[in-house]
Ligand binder design. Structure first.
Ligand SMILES: *Cc1c(COP(=O)(O)O)cnc(C)c1O
Length: 372
């Protein structure tokens, strides 16, 4: 008799759909019979510049220590981040990507029956980790694709433990300004944790950016998360962090696996913080690329959501799945976001100028072939 282990999984996990990542280049090469070198991936909001040479050098040196366990407290990286953010190392929690940190917050503060509030069209990790913890996810209807912070504050009740706000948000690219965030924080009961997910904060343009770290002293229930995966170009190494009160950091630290960030990742992240030129180039390439893609979509008569991140969600119509496949056949990987409740949109990460141009060209061909 074979046992149905799926039915024996804990209730929340039985209800889960696995996270759908962007398609890797090698997979598309195999499936479409294409040369991997001819494929461009604009599907996972990665940095198109390639890694910083300072990060690479540090990572290579760190390889020599691979037989030793990493520094479980990430001393060097925390020192550097603390100085940069004007906090102490005790305010920091390092994670295996900021995904890890988001999960630590849920594991530390929510369990069966508790509620976790987030927005419709929010990052898929919030509902997945919430369900896995047996907690209940409350998705609040979005307003013009973005967070409806008033409605989110109203969704908070006695069972609410955590509220997630991604700013800028993925996959919509929408962002909220400082006044809106502060007015929201004033409405949230002081025992409810607010996670401000700032994975894309480096790309935010304008001086209205509500730097979550600045708000920590006024709102001790705030947890700000950031990552080295996007503007800092270290997605493969998996490093992110939370900035919070020392009390909250202490809780996160208890749930954390002792060696959750490896030696190579620690070394590269510590080094890349000195590469200001790389960060500036990341921003510059992104600023130009956003404009290039937006202008291209307009020329094709497509509506898109103006973005504060390093990607744009573009409305390609009801046959978005077919458009996605057509792009794949032309060696261009973008991201369908049906799973986010956006079946008409594709999310296009900003690439280098030539990559954006190729994507727009392929999109134009695909749309033409479908209309023809
Ligand atoms: C990419 C992303 C992250 C960061 O993920 P890592 O685990 O740090 O690679 C976090 N939040 C959002 C909204 C993202 O899009």
């Amino acid at each position: 008799m074979s046992i149905d282990f799926k039915s024996r999984a804990v209730a929340g996990v039985r209800g889960l759909q696995p996270y759908q990542p962007g398609k890797p280049i090698d997979e598309v090469a195999r499936e479409m019979g294409l040369d991997p070198n001819q494929i461009i991936k604009l599907a996972s909001n990665e940095n198109p510049l390639g890694p910083s040479s300072m990060a690479l050098d540090a990572a290579r040196q760190a390889l020599d220590e691979m037989c030793l366990y990493p520094d479980g407290n990430g001393f060097n990286l925390k020192q550097k981040l603390a100085a940069r953010l004007s906090v102490t190392p005790a305010h920091l929690t390092l994670g295996n990507g900021s995904n890890d940190v988001l999960e630590l917050v849920i594991r530390g503060f929510a369990c069966a029956g508790d509620e976790v509030v987030f927005s419709q069209y929010a990052f898929a990790v919030y509902p997945i980790s919430t369900l896995a913890a047996g907690a209940v996810g409350i998705a609040v209807a979005a307003k013009g694709w973005g967070h409806d912070l008033d409605a989110m504050a109203e969704a908070i009740n006695d069972r609410t433990r955590i509220v997630f706000v991604a700013n800028p948000n993925n996959p919509t690219g929408t962002a909220v300004g400082r006044a809106a965030i502060e007015s929201f924080l004033r409405k949230v009961p002081e025992h409810v944790i607010v996670v401000l997910d700032e994975a894309y904060c480096e790309y935010f343009e304008g001086d209205e950016f509500p730097d979550g770290v600045d708000l920590l002293s006024d709102y001790p229930n705030l947890v700000v998360t950031r990552t080295f995966s996007k503007a800092w170009g270290l997605a493969a190494l998996r490093v992110g962090y939370a900035v919070s009160s020392t009390d909250i950091a202490d809780v996160l630290n208890r749930v954390r696996q002792p060696f959750n960030v490896d030696t190579i990742a620690l070394a590269a992240a510590t080094a890349v913080l000195d590469d200001d030129d790389y960060l500036q180039r990341s921003r510059e390439v992104n600023r130009k690329g956003l404009k290039q893609l937006a202008a291209g979509f307009e020329a094709l008569g497509l509506e898109y959501i103006p973005s504060s991140g390093n990607f744009i969600a573009v409305d390609v119509g009801e046959n978005a799945g077919q458009v996605f496949q057509g792009l794949l056949r032309r060696g261009v990987i973008v991201r369908p976001i049906e799973a986010y409740g956006m079946p008409r949109h594709l999310r296009v990460s900003v690439g280098l100028e030539a990559e954006n141009a190729r994507c727009l060209e392929a999109l134009s061909e695909v749309l033409e072939s479908m209309n023809g």
